[in-house]
Ligand binder design. Structure first.
Ligand code: C2O
Ligand code: CU
Length: 479
């Protein structure tokens, strides 16, 4: 059977390629738009977010231990997981902008690990990437992470070694950095959305980075949870105005958000406030992405239940419930928080400064990575073991092109920076917000504008963890 499957896959792949080739739209720039001087683009960026943060002098010291623990993903059934301090997701870390975080970390796992702070602009040596920014934290070893996050928003942290296994096993937590806008809401909650691949004995399927995962969009689980629960329920009073922070911690699964009757307005993406709010319905939350929602519960909704769904695949998956009960409260009245300084940049028809071609390639030899398929995911034909870092100047505008030459999904994430999508398939788009992770759909060309600020060696990789582990990572050196 295996022998048959591979040629069929190849044939489908080839005919798909031909079909795509026959479509002239794939090769034509649909609209031409003008090149803009880099100084103008940089001027537009001024004030978008601060280079430095004003420190409050407040220190949050947290002891974190990574170890095995058990969780009830299915009520009444125990699943062995790995977690920080015995719970997955880890207990929420919530600080004010300008506060300092100090994490005394201890590794009680049987394998090396590290902690990466996804989306947070930290000093490079705190970025948690073994062999790039620090040494491995071996079993029994400790490491101290200490930094002042530079931006308010919703962030998360996770290992950056064997992450396809370690994140799937449950090692992650959220860091909320509050500013004045956080206090305006009557409730402020976090939903970490994950999917788990469970066996019939409710244990996590122990084979990671399989040939199947590599040939597809990574590992997709058979159980979707919010905050490790299949029945997560947020209790709200009629009239409440809620800030709901969604984080996709899945290895590969993308969620397309659907709120049914409820109106959900996006006020922040990947941490930072948006330039203009938008309806979050249909937003594609790829692995790594966050979105902050502003939801007002109608005053007459007492007793109602609103279910939030995912509609990315053909099956509609219920994620969690907002249950309205209790005395109605007066809805807090204020303008949607926004960042008026998000640059436009969509007018730039400039040539890209960096092009990343995303594709897979077969490797020679038998066994291959993890003894599976001989399939590597590569950026510009190179797997991570073989990359040449790209160099960028701090404080200069660059246009980066992600050119997906495969028929799979690649949510591309750059560490330590924010960027803004300016075109898709040659058409200018105006996403009025920054991101740190952007989904490149099959064969799509996505261009982003970025002004790197913090110097150091920053990872640029696919956040489908199996693709990353099969090579789809590279480094941007900011000078
Ligand atoms: Cu969540 Cu290297 O990333
Ligand atoms: Cu990928």
């Amino acid at each position: 059977m295996k022998k048959l499957l591979i040629p069929i896959f190849l044939i489908v792949g080839i005919s798909l390629g031909l079909l795509m080739g026959a479509d002239p739209q794939m090769f034509e720039v649909q609209e031409t738009y003008a090149a803009v001087s880099k100084t103008d683009l940089l001027n537009e960026f001024q004030g978008a977010y601060d280079e430095e943060v004003e420190e409050t002098g407040v220190l949050h010291e947290i002891n974190l231990v990574a170890a095995e623990s058990e969780v009830e993903l299915i009520p009444g059934e125990k699943t062995m997981t790995w977690s920080y301090n015995g719970v997955t997701p880890a207990e929420e870390i919530r600080i004010k902008l300008g506060d300092e975080i100090k994490i005394n970390f201890e590794n009680q796992l049987e394998q090396a690990t590290s902690i990466h702070f996804h989306g947070i602009r930290v000093p490079n040596e705190m970025d948690g990437v073994p062999t790039v920014t620090q040494d491995f934290i071996e079993p029994g070893e400790t490491f101290v992470y200490q930094f002042v996050p530079k931006d308010a928003g919703t962030y998360w942290y996770h290992p950056h070694f064997e992450s396809a296994e370690q994140i799937e096993m449950g090692l992650y937590g959220v860091i909320v950095v509050e500013d004045e806008t956080s206090e305006l809401y009557s409730q402020d909650e976090v939903w970490l959305i994950d999917d788990w691949l469970l066996q019939s004995d409710y244990q996590i399927y122990p084979n990671f980075v399989t040939g199947h995962d590599l040939m597809h969009d990574g590992r997709w689980g058979n159980l979707v949870t919010v905050n490790s629960s299949i029945e997560e329920t947020l209790i709200a009073k009629p009239g409440e105005r809620i800030r709901l922070r969604l984080v996709n911690t899945s290895n590969g699964r993308i969620y397309e958000l659907n709120f049914g009757e409820l109106e959900a307005t996006a006020i922040a993406v990947d941490g930072l406030l948006v330039g203009e709010v938008f309806d979050a319905e249909g937003f594609e939350l790829a692995p790594g992405n966050r979105i902050d929602l502003d939801i007002t519960i109608p005053a007459d909704a007492g007793g109602e239940e609103f279910i939030v769904y995912d509609k990315f695949t053909r099956s509609t998956i219920p994620l969690a419930t907002i249950l309205v009960e209790g005395e109605a409260i007066e809805t807090p009245v204020f303008d949607f928080p926004t960042n008026p300084n998000v640059p436009g940049w969509e007018a730039t028809g400039n040539e890209p400064d960096l092009v990343y071609e995303l594709d897979s390639q077969r490797t020679s030899g038998s066994g291959g990575m993890h003894g599976m398929m001989n399939l590597e995911w590569v950026i510009n034909d190179r797997a991570f073991s073989d990359i040449i870092p790209d160099e960028l100047e701090s404080g200069e505008f660059v246009k980066i092109q992600f050119k997906n030459e495969s028929s799979r999904l690649h949510p591309m994430h750059i560490h330590g920076q924010f960027f803004k999508v300016i075109s898709r398939d040659g058409k200018p788009v105006d996403e009025p917000y920054f991101r740190d992770t952007v989904l490149a759909h099959p064969n799509e060309i996505v261009e982003v504008g970025m002004v790197p600020l913090d110097s150091g060696s920053w990872m640029n990789h696919c956040h489908i963890l199996e693709h990353a582990e099969a090579g789809m990572m590279t480094i941007i050196e900011v000078k």
